[in-house]
Every structure is written in structure tokens, then in C-alpha cells.
Design a protein. Structure first.
Length: 123
């Protein structure tokens, strides 16, 4: 196992843990705030998806997934106070986007286009 494989395995493990954490939550529960001033889970999931896409585009431009219309805006810092369910997705939709992010992050075409970066990072 090289460093790239270790990163991929760690990514897979963290995705499995995240999926198990939300597995028994309903879509309505994703919009529950644990306490005043905290972000709800739906916003946090979407914000992670947007952030991962931005990071991927910074090292492999054009390889991030396409997000639904208004997704980035609905999960931005400017929208943390929103409890409007119409601005957020279902649990299954978030999990699907996470799976697509993983696929895009580790796609051969993504790393083929940035092989110099991979070589510099992973030897």
C-alpha cells in the first residue's frame, strides 16, 4: 500500500462512519439543530460536499461533480440560519452526492491530468 492507497482507504472509512451516523435519521431530523446557534446536519453535509468539490477543482480543475441549482448558495455561510426544508436535500440525496464526490476525487482521469501533483505528493 502506498500513500495514495492509504488516503483512499482513510477517505472510505470516514465516509462509512458518516453514513452510519446518519443512517437512522429521518430527513426531518437532518434539519434539527442540536442547540441554539449550531448548524443542522443537512447544512453541514451540504457544506462538506461543496468544500470537497472546491478542493478537487483547485488541484484538478473541471473534475468536481455538478451540484444541483442553488446547492452551493444554500450551504454557504450566508445561509447557516435557514431552516427552510425546501433549500435542503433528503438524506439519500446527500449520500448520493457524497458517493459521486468520492468517485470524482479518485477517478483515474482526475489523477491522470494531475499526475505531476500526485507524484509530488505521493512519490
Amino acid at each position: 500500500m502506498d500513500a495514495f492507497d492509504a488516503i483512499k482507504q482513510t477517505y472510505s472509512t470516514s465516509q462509512m462512519v458518516m453514513t452510519s451516523f446518519v443512517s437512522d435519521l429521518s430527513d426531518e431530523e437532518l434539519l434539527t439543530r442540536p442547540c441554539q446557534g449550531c448548524n443542522h446536519i443537512a447544512w453541514q453535509l451540504g457544506h462538506l460536499i461543496v468544500s470537497e468539490g472546491s478542493l478537487l477543482d483547485s488541484v484538478a480543475p473541471g473534475h468536481s461533480i455538478s451540484l444541483p441549482e442553488g446547492f452551493a448558495e444554500n450551504h454557504s455561510r450566508d445561509n447557516v440560519a435557514s431552516d427552510d426544508a425546501s433549500q435542503f436535500l433528503t438524506k439519500d440525496q446527500y449520500l448520493d452526492l457524497f458517493a459521486k464526490c468520492k468517485e470524482a476525487t479518485f477517478a483515474k482521469s482526475c489523477f491522470n491530468c494531475s499526475w505531476r501533483l500526485r507524484r509530488r505528493l505521493f512519490g
